[in-house]
Design a protein around this ligand. Structure first.
Ligand SMILES: Cc1cc2nc3c(=O)[nH]c(=O)nc-3n(C[C@H](O)[C@H](O)[C@H](O)COP(=O)(O)O)c2cc1C
Length: 392
């Protein structure tokens, strides 16, 4: 799928730049035409001559002074796609803020073609709030990402920040350059339900809806048609159809009104609700010895039981081992269960990151490293779209 595609490989300054020589070779093997552009910093890590020997073309290394009059715009127009590997924190930051003071950042601002970033940096740099914000911004601009992965880093450190392997980058490029995703009708539920005791007080839970909103936004950006049934007031992508609800019963009614191809059920739905909520605020002086609770409907089970059953993704926020989630996945009959241990730091309610484990319908388990919820959303959608396509 890369045959005849014109790929600009932009190499920026990290130790992982040495892997881009191998990436250049893999791109050529996949049938792509490759032009390499290098930042000044990149040339501290690998020589331009290495790329010249692999691609048969001299890399572009400067905005000024080489043969090309306007190298950034010429490369930008020539490319069918630009891949930045490795992508440094600095280059990501420049593009997120519209700074174009060197060859690579000017090229990235000048191109209208798809851009795939393969970030690589130490964990501290990747987790810095500035980098987090830049990645969010770049995603919202429509840039694509592959990796980073967890593993060994420069200097013997271990953590998230390792550049994606050349094979994964080539696969991601093939996906980007292939046919666009077939648009799906996707239902997402998000947030924690609030079950009233009286007009002021409720029984609730700690779910904020961030994970579900990230999935809805990512799906809308990819052109899917999205209905988001949510208890959260978070902003959403303008193309998302939002149905705001409070209680489990309201959520059930809203979900019943949608017949999607895919249902991603991230909402934390209360299992029980007060049997008889008071219409007036309960006065403190009257006391309250106990609250009678009645069970709420199991919304996930009702979607799985439909005759026109969609592809169903359940979420299991647990506080213990993955075994309980495997049991739950098999019992509920979902196509995919996304499990996270909400007691782990950086995982679960209210955080911007999540560490999840996927469990498929046969109980097969796939653990993902901790990553931003936006990235969990993107990877999860890749998986859903691939599963749905393979069934059609
Ligand atoms: C030994 C060494 C390794 C580095 N590795 C990385 C890295 O992996 N990721 C990163 O973002 N910056 C890394 N840097 C810092 C960048 O090289 C520096 O921010 C540079 O200005 C990036 O410029 P560029 O984005 O134009 O290539 C490293 C610096 C040194 C000295």
């Amino acid at each position: 799928m890369l045959t005849g595609k014109r790929v600009v490989l932009a190499v920026t300054g990290g130790v992982a730049a040495y892997k881009s020589a191998y990436l250049a070779r893999r791109l050529l093997e996949a049938g792509a035409e490759v032009e390499v552009a290098m930042s000044d910093a990149a040339r501290n890590f690998i020589g331009a001559q290495t790329f010249a020997a692999i691609t048969g073309k001299t890399p572009v290394i400067d905005l000024f002074g080489q043969d090309l009059v306007s190298p950034h715009t010429e490369l930008a127009r020539w490319a069918d796609v630009v891949v930045v590997a490795p992508a440094t924190a600095s280059t990501l930051g420049k593009v997120a803020h519209g700074i174009s003071d060197d060859l690579i950042s000017a090229l990235l601002l000048a191109t209208t073609k798809p851009v795939l970033f393969a970030p690589a940096m130490h964990t501290e740099m990747w987790e810095h709030p500035a980098t987090r914000e830049n990645i969010e911004k770049l995603r919202s601009f429509g840039y694509h990402f592959v990796g980073p992965e967890e593993g060994g880093l420069a200097g013997g450190d271990v953590g998230i920040g390792r550049v994606a392997e050349p094979e994964s980058i080539v696969e991601e490029l093939k996906r980007l350059m292939g046919a666009p995703e077939e648009p799906l009708e996707i239902l997402v539920t998000a947030g924690g339900t609030r079950e009233p005791l009286d007009p002021v007080r409720y029984l609730g839970n700690r779910s904020t809806g961030k994970m579900g909103h990230a999935i809805a936004d990512e799906a809308a950006r990819r052109g899917h048609s999205v209905v988001l049934v949510t208890t959260s007031g978070l902003q959403t992508h303008p193309a998302v159809e939002v149905v705001r609800v409070e209680t489990a019963m309201e959520m059930k009614e809203a979900v019943d009104g949608v017949s999607p191809d895919v249902a991603v059920m991230t909402a934390a739905v209360a299992d029980f609700r007060p049997a008889d909520p008071s219409e007036e605020k309960l006065p403190r002086e009257d006391g309250l010895d106990s609250v009678e609770l009645v069970p709420n409907p199991d919304i996930l089970a009702s979607v799985v039981a439909r005759e026109d059953r969609p592809y169903v993704v359940g979420f299991a926020a647990e506080t213990g081992s993955v075994d309980r989630a495997i049991e739950k996945a098999l019992k509920k009959g979902v196509d995919l269960m996304v499990y996270n241990d909400v007691t782990k730091p950086g995982s679960g309610f209210g955080t911007d990151t999540n560490e999840v484990t996927l469990i498929d319908a046969s109980g097969e388990v796939e653990a993902w490293p901790q990553m931003p919820k936006t990235e969990v959303a993107a990877r999860l959608l890749d998986r859903i779209v691939a599963d749905v396509a393979s069934r059609r």
